[in-house]
Design a protein. Sequence first.
Length: 78
Amino acid sequence: MKTAVSIPDPLFQRAEELAQRLGKSRSQVYREALADYLARREPAGVTQALDEVVDEIGSGLDGWSAEAARGILASDEW
């Protein structure tokens, strides 16, 4: 879908420079930026990203400590 948006000239110029530096089209840079913006505001997306980081690097906690931390987090209001 095509759409028109208004953005300040300095922001447009920064996006142009980024697109050139990355070898991407302006549209691709805007699509990726919007997708990233939306993903960062989706609660499940944040949880998924954090889970992926923990899976990748490990929690460094033993079983009991991990379970205690989960219990504390579950009882805390975010």
